[in-house]
Design a protein around this ligand. Structure first.
Ligand SMILES: [Zn+2]
Length: 331
C-alpha cells in the first residue's frame, strides 16, 4: 500500500476541492469521531478524499522528483545524481548460501534517497562515484526505520550516465516539524521549536588546529591521529534542555551551532573559555529563549534516552509563526 503523509493528503484535497485547510481538518475530525477508534487520521483523510472524488495518487507525467517518491511505489522511474557510495556487505542467507548487499545515496534538486542493491546488482557499484548521473527503471520503494529506500532487484534497470540527462544541485529536503513528544530514535532532518529551560556549562575540548578533529592527550601534550603531536586549538559545545510543552529533550549544540544559539562569535566564545563569569552569562542569557532547531535524534545508550543533535539553529524565530505551526500539528 502507498503511504502518503497526512499533510500531503490535506494539501492535495485543498488543491483539488478548493476547501480551506480548516474545513478539511474539520471533516477529518468528524470522520474520526464517527468511526472512533477504527481508523487513523491518515485513514480518515483518505476517506474524505474518496468521498470528494479526489484521487490522491496518480501517475504523474513528467519526471518523478525524489520528494514525491512514496513508500510502496513500484516501477519507479527516476533520474538522480549519486552523492555517496557505500561498501558492499556480504552475509549468509538462512540456507547458508552467500548474499551481498550494497547501497548508495543519490538525489535531485528536491532531496536525496538511499538505493539498495542485492547480489549481482552490487557489481554496478564499481561504476558509481559522487556526481554520476543514473536512471533507475523499475525500482520499488520500501520504508526502513522511517526512511524511504529504492530497492534495485533483478527486474530493475540502472542506467549509468543516461544521455541528455542533467541534474542541478542536490536539494536538502525541508526538515519535518515535530513535537518533542513525537520524536523517534531514527529521526533525522526534523525541526523542533521550544524554550531553553536548562543550560549546562559550555564544554571546551582539544582539537587539531590543522584538521579540527579531536586531539587526544599523549605523553605531556596532545596528538592528532593524522598530524601527530600538535598544539591543540579548542572547540566547544553546549547542552540545553528544550521544552515545547509536549515534552522536553536534551539538545547538544556543537561549535557553529553553539555560535548561532548563543549569538556569539568564535572569538567571544574562545575568550569565555577561562572566564567563569562569561560562561555563567552565556547560560543565563539562554534560559527562557525560544529557538527553532533542526537536526537529528540520537540515542544516548548510557542514559537510555533520546537526545537531539542540532544541525541548524534559528535563535530568533517569530513565535507567532511557530505557534501556528504547532497548532497545525494538533489537527
Ligand atoms: Zn589533525
Amino acid at each position: 500500500m502507498l503511504q502518503i503523509p497526512l499533510d500531503q493528503i490535506i494539501e492535495k484535497i485543498k488543491e483539488k476541492s478548493g476547501l480551506s485547510e480548516q474545513d478539511i481538518k474539520k471533516k477529518i475530525d468528524d470522520k474520526l469521531k464517527q468511526l472512533s477508534g477504527l481508523i487513523s487520521k491518515e485513514g480518515a483523510a483518505h476517506i474524505i478524499a474518496n468521498e470528494l472524488g479526489i484521487k490522491l495518487f496518480e501517475q504523474t507525467s513528467g519526471k518523478l522528483q525524489v520528494k514525491n517518491i512514496l513508500a510502496g511505489m513500484r516501477d519507479v522511474e527516476a533520474t538522480v545524481k549519486v552523492t555517496n557510495v557505500f561498501p558492499i556487505t556480504e552475509f549468509s542467507r538462512k540456507d547458508g548460501t552467500p548474499g551481498k548487499v550494497g547501497s548508495f545515496i543519490a538525489g535531485d534538486e528536491t532531496g536525496t534517497i538511499r538505493f539498495v542493491l542485492w547480489n549481482e546488482q552490487t557489481n554496478l557499484l564499481d561504476q558509481l562515484a559522487p556526481n554520476t548521473i543514473i536512471k533507475i527503471v523499475g525500482g520499488y520503494v520500501k520504508e526502513n526505520q522511517g526512511r524511504k529506500e529504492i530497492h534495485v532487484n533483478d527486474r530493475s534497470k540502472l542506467l549509468i550516465n543516461p544521455e541528455g540527462e542533467t541534474i542541478g544541485d542536490i536539494g536538502k529536503p525541508e526538515a519535518q516539524r515535530k513535537k518533542i513528544k513525537d520524536l523517534a530514535e531514527t529521526d533525522s532532518n526534523v525541526e523542533i521549536f521550544g524554550t531553553v529551560v536548562q543550560a549546562f556549562d559550555p564544554r571546551y575540548y582539544e582539537v587539531c588546529p590543522q584538521c579540527n578533529k579531536r586531539a587526544r592527550p599523549k605523553d605531556s601534550g596532545y596528538a592528532c591521529d593524522q598530524h601527530g603531536m600538535v598544539t591543540p586549538a579548542y572547540a566547544y559545545l553546549i547542552n540545553c534542555v528544550l521544552d515545547d510543552g509536549t515534552e522536553t529533550i536534551r539538545a547538544v549544540f556543537f561549535r557553529n551551532q553553539m555560535e548561532h544559539l548563543t549569538q556569539k562569535t568564535q572569538e567571544q566564545l574562545q575568550q569565555a573559555k577561562d572566564s567563569p563569569e562569561q560562561l555563567e552569562q552565556i547560560k543565563s542569557d539562554l534560559l527562557g529563549s525560544q529557538v527553532k532547531v533542526t537536526g537529528r535524534v540520537s540515542k544516548n545508550e548510557m542514559f537510555d534516552r533520546m537526545e537531539f543533535v542540532a544541525q541548524t539553529v534559528d535563535p530568533k524565530p517569530n513565535p507567532k509563526d511557530e505557534i501556528g505551526k504547532l497548532q497545525d500539528l494538533e489537527l
